[in-house]
Design a protein around this ligand. Sequence first.
Ligand code: AMP
Ligand code: GLY
Length: 417
Amino acid sequence: MEKNKKVLVVGSGGREHAIVKALARSPQVEKIFCAPGNAGIAEDAECVAIGVEDVDALVSFARDNAIDMTVVGPEAALAVGLVDAMEAAGLKAFGPTKAAARIESSKEFAKQIMTKYNVPTASYEAFDDFGKAWEYVKNRPLPAVIKYDGLAAGKGVVVALSYEEAEAALRDMLLDSAFGKGRVVVEDFLDGPEFSFMCVVSGSKVYPLAMAQDHKRAFDGDKGPNTGGMGAYSPVPFVSDEIREKALREIIQRTADGLVAEGVPFKGVLYGGLILTADGPKVIEFNARFGDPETEVVLPRLESDFYDLVEAAVEGRDCETKWSDEAYLGVVLASEGYPGSYKKGVEIKGLGNVNAEVYHMGTKREGDKILTAGGRVLMVVGKGKTIAEANAAAKAEIEKIDCPSLFHRTDIGKASL
Ligand code: AMP
Ligand code: GLY
């Protein structure tokens, strides 16, 4: 096999850092660019200063540099039609079209697909009128699950334990237009452990990736506000092979087939945010892209060629994947205050002493200093024969990082230790 492929990765977080590292292991990949990247990614790829939503500049860059494949990380780039534009220019891109990405960007579209194609999920009603929504919610049992219909960076979901809280959430979303436009989905509360099942999908073809579990709340014991994710691990022992097969068949495959039948075939990563209820796995949400931080613990377990998998999906051909049995566990170091407001530009010391993979989520280089540049800043990933070993490895290495403005959870993976 010739090492001659040029790849452009779009994004600037830990997910893109993991994608870059996985591509760098491919025997076919010669050169990796990342737009815009970050201080850590710059060590593994050539960063180019183009924003993820600057579609015209990304297409020109890919054309001018004879890029063989563009791998799109963030949903924002999908939602502005980056993949559509690449394809219109005759360029290959891994990720769904804008229309197919609505499985993530519109909660209501996702629910319609799931209802029509019999994909297990909570039953729901959609509203854009506050009075009607409140009338519906106050006559139903608590907790009330209220979701803003649109991209809200993981913050548009309220699981209200009281009617006062539910009413306030509906007011926020429908009357104060806190997120821009008023439309909500109200759904049944589901109970059970959550897990992330990411599958590469190409039309009706599904190539499952290893399972992971994310930890969305900011603080230990699943306390505090929802975040983008504070840590993750893979594999997930409480997801048996039988549950995995069921999720693959009844959730991912039915959704992929449904999108084909609707005329919006999906290509890219279909990420099932699933919950294991007493009635089996059900969908909490779909994402149209790799999860962050799940990708940082899943892709390192891929032993086969990641570029081949990406290309197979884009070309619609078969591809076998091979996975390591090792466990990976990653802890996110975030800026004090995240997911609310936080300081940036604080120096991070000690990175050179860390003997584990460190994925940069939000960092910037200034001279020879690495500075914080985001809410989620770094993810330290330990590996081992067991999740407990991986956890111990991550914890020991985090101690070596010296930055006064970072905090992290200490209970990642606890449910599976
Ligand atoms: P989402 O952005 O849809 O993933 O929701 C964020 C979080 O809210 C999820 O990870 C769940 O913990 C919780 N959640 C969302 N929908 C439900 C539901 N129907 N039942 C219980 N919890 C939910
Ligand atoms: N970790 C959750 C997400 O990527 O949406």
